[in-house]
Design a protein around this ligand. Structure first.
Ligand SMILES: COc1cc(-c2ccc3ncc(-c4cccc([C@@H](O)NCCN(C)C)c4)n3n2)ccc1O
Length: 296
């Protein structure tokens, strides 16, 4: 294990297991890949337990554009460490490092992406959609209570724990930031059709930035369409900054007033007027017809 691992472990309180990864796990199959990361299913040689291992390619030189910086890797690991213990958030198991990669070992989530579940049905009925959104809100409340903002909430980053079940897990925290109250953080991050006006305008980010994305996910779950998506990135950004969306009769004719009001309370340009996660959890569409309290 290279020396810098020990230094980084002390500098950022990120614990890297010194045992060589290949001594502990067998690599089974690739689950998916992104620009600088590959997710593989792995199996603990001693216990037989299976996990998802995210192999993140380290940036080798400061001037390189390939790989992920140590600062960003350690930020993601710190976030994963802080948010452990919530049933709707993927659980961190361990962290390893090789010469070329940092390997984040996580609980295996095997029910597939919510995105695929929605596509298979084109759109969901309101009861199922509200149940999914409530779980996303419970996960977001957990993050926001720890002053963490996800910044990339979208159906592809929400997975079903098991096939045929409705228990969801938010899995990807690669863009998440720790934002203390009063701190000013500006960054052009996220996926265009899900970002809030403050992201497009390079204005301060906050927990409200996640709430806008929850509104987009809700709109998609209920209609199969994306509220602000344009023919190109500029048109999408223009629709977002002008809060230009509508509930077309084609997709929303049979949608309840509560559901449309829930979405409308999130598509608010002024972050101080946008519904918070607590307000969303208390909204009639989430509490349900009998007014049952949310899961506390
Ligand atoms: C913590 O960061 C991540 C976790 C995971 C993760 C965690 C547990 C887990 N169990 C199964 C899977 C899995 C299964 C199939 C495909 C993928 C992944 O490559 N695509 C997931 C969505 N993508 C847009 C992040 C991941 N995962 N993925 C994926 C990407 C991450 O950036």
């Amino acid at each position: 294990m290279s020396d810098d691992v020990n230094n980084s472990a002390t500098s950022s309180n990120v614990h890297f297991d010194d045992t060589p990864f290949e001594d502990v796990f067998d690599i089974e199959t690739e689950l998916g890949s992104g620009q600088f990361a590959v997710v593989r299913r792995v199996r603990d040689k001693k216990t037989g337990e299976r996990y998802a291992a995210k192999f993140i390619k380290k940036r080798r030189y400061a001037t390189s554009r390939r790989g992920v910086t140590r600062q960003n890797i350690e930020r993601e690991v710190r976030v994963l460490q802080k948010i452990r213990g919530h049933s709707n958030v993927v659980e961190l198991h361990a962290v390893y490092e090789t010469a070329s990669d940092v390997i984040i070992v996580l609980e295996l989530v095997s029910g597939g992406e919510l995105f695929d579940h929605v596509c298979a049905k084109e759109c969901l009925d309101e009861v199922e959609a509200a149940a999914f959104i409530k779980q996303i809100l419970l996960a977001v409340r957990h993050l926001h209570s720890l002053h963490i903002v996800h910044l990339d909430i979208k159906p592809e980053n929400v997975m079903l724990k098991q096939r045929g079940e409705s228990h969801i897990k938010i899995i990807d925290f690669g863009l998440s930031r720790e934002i203390e109250p009063g701190a000013t953080v500006k960054d052009m991050v996220g996926t265009p059709e899900f970002v809030a006006p403050e992201v497009v305008n390079y204005e301060p980010l906050s927990p409200a930035t996640d709430m806008w994305a929850v509104g987009v996910v809700t709109y998609i779950l209920l209609s199969g369409g994306s509220p602000f998506l344009g023919d190109n990135r500029d048109e999408t950004f223009s629709n977002i900054t002008r809060v230009r969306y509508h509930f077309s009769d084609r997709y929303f004719k049979n949608t309840s007033k509560h559901a449309k009001d829930f979405i409308s309370r999130l598509f608010v340009r002024d972050v101080d007027q946008r519904a918070t996660v607590e307000e969303c959890l208390q909204h009639p569409w989430i509490r349900g017809p009998e007014g049952n309290a949310v899961d506390i």
